[in-house]
Design a protein around this ligand. Structure first.
Ligand SMILES: Nc1nc2c(ncn2[C@@H]2O[C@H](COP(=O)(O)OP(=O)(O)OP(=O)(O)O)[C@@H](O)[C@H]2O)c(=O)[nH]1
Ligand SMILES: [Mg+2]
Length: 372
């Protein structure tokens, strides 16, 4: 499997290059609008980033090599080095962005040291409030935390940590036999499914099956199929309710079946109801709502409320690498009142996913740590 990313001006330009370089069997995995690479690109219009893949196993690695965890990472990372004309520019930009982000975090921690806010030291109640505000925690939650602080501890940041610790739940149990991911468009459901499949199949040596009911978005089926092919695991597409039973039956020897769904706006009640019918038929309690960590606080409530009818039991917070304030994790968990099952911290499959510890999450929320 060869995966390449192209920066182009239009889809037709992408199709020409992909056809020329990868051949007619290539499939488009994803497309999105991005800023032009390079410093000047920041001030210019958007271009198209198209990711395409082609199965070249005949020429490529041996079967054994392909099945190993390392090989999967290499295969997926290949996309970063293969295309000289188009991708090289982007890799360089990624490097610059990472460097900038690193410098930003160093500056942030230097500033923190300068104003002497360390976990051991006491800060005034006002300072604690400012700290919580600077993490983007909802004012209502800040007031609740401050109200819970015992009188003798009201200047002690360690006491705040204790309150957060008691109010956050992380789910560490093994996934059940059928796991469904739901959530708004583009939050990373399909990528997260591929990451979880990678962890289960390649690290835990479990038998995993992938199912998608996303036949709505162009390229959605190919996107997941590509990962299933790379990991050499069974894959089925469900087009209608009547396909569910046979798809499940065909994967009955799998330890875990991961089900990907169509991204829906939480405001579209019709679409959510349609999704609900599918999920009811799939019949599992392992339903995870996927929500981006860069979602605006106000939208968090709308999304959590809109998806309530699907009776999700866990929350996955994605794209934490794209933010520097992690208070929204608390806003999400506090509103959803469901445990956190995973966080995702980048685009790399299968690496950029983890089950965080409570300590990690509390430190992130309070701005005492970062995911980079
Ligand atoms: N930075 C970052 N990007 C991510 C992360 N997870 C996914 N993405 C990117 O987000 C984009 C959308 O990911 P998908 O997995 O297709 O999202 P989706 O929710 O399945 O999208 P729909 O099926 O269209 O609703 C892709 O470019 C992913 O690479 C993450 O943790 N961090
Ligand atoms: Mg998807």
């Amino acid at each position: 499997m060869m995966i390449r990313k192209y920066i182009v001006n239009s889809m037709s330009e992408a199709m020409n290059i992909i056809k020329y370089e990868l051949g007619k069997d290539a499939v488009i995995i994803s497309q999105r609008k991005v800023k032009k690479p390079g410093f000047l690109g920041f001030f210019q219009g958007k271009v198209l980033e198209v990711t395409a893949a082609v199965d070249n196993r005949a020429k490529g690695a041996s079967k054994k090599e392909e099945e190993s965890f390392g090989a999967l990472k290499t295969l997926i990372k290949d996309k970063a080095s293969m295309d000289i004309n188009h991708k090289a520019v982007e890799v360089e930009t990624d490097g610059i962005n990472k460097e900038l982000l690193k410098e930003f975090h160093e500056m942030k921690s230097m500033m923190k040291n300068m104003i002497n806010i360390t976990s051991e030291e006491k800060a005034s109640k006002n300072k604690i409030k400012e700290k919580l505000q600077s993490s983007d925690i909802e004012p209502k939650i800040i007031e609740e935390i401050l109200a819970k602080l015992p009188k003798e501890d009201e200047e002690n940041i360690e006491a705040v940590k204790k309150i957060l610790y008691q109010n956050i739940e992380i789910e560490e149990k093994t996934l059940s036999d059928i796991v469904v991911l739901v959530g708004p468009t583009g939050v990373g459901k399909t990528t997260t499914i591929a990451k979880i499949a990678g962890r289960l199949a390649l690290l835990e040596k479990k038998k995993v099956g992938l199912i998608t009911i996303d036949t709505y978005r162009i390229g959605a089926v190919e996107q997941l199929k590509t990962y299933a092919d790379i990991m050499n695991i069974p894959f089925k597409v469900i087009f209608s309710m009547k396909d569910i039973e046979s798809a499940m039956e065909s994967m009955k020897d799998c330890d875990t079946i991961l089900v990907d769904t169509t991204g829906r706006s939480s405001k579209n009640i019709m679409q959510i109801s349609e999704l609900r019918a599918f999920i009811e038929k799939i019949n599992t309690k392992d339903i995870h709502l996927v929500i981006s960590g860069v979602t605006k606080n106000r939208d968090i409530n709308t999304i959590l409320e809109g998806y309530k009818v699907l009776e999700y039991n866990y929350v996955i917070v994605t794209k934490l690498d794209e933010t520097t304030t992690y208070g929204p994790i608390l806003n999400i968990l506090n509103t959803a009142k469901k445990p956190l099952s995973f966080i995702t911290i980048g685009q790399n499959v299968p690496d950029d996913i983890k089950i965080p510890s409570k300590d990690e999450i509390v430190n992130l929320i309070l701005g005492e740590d970062n995911v980079c």
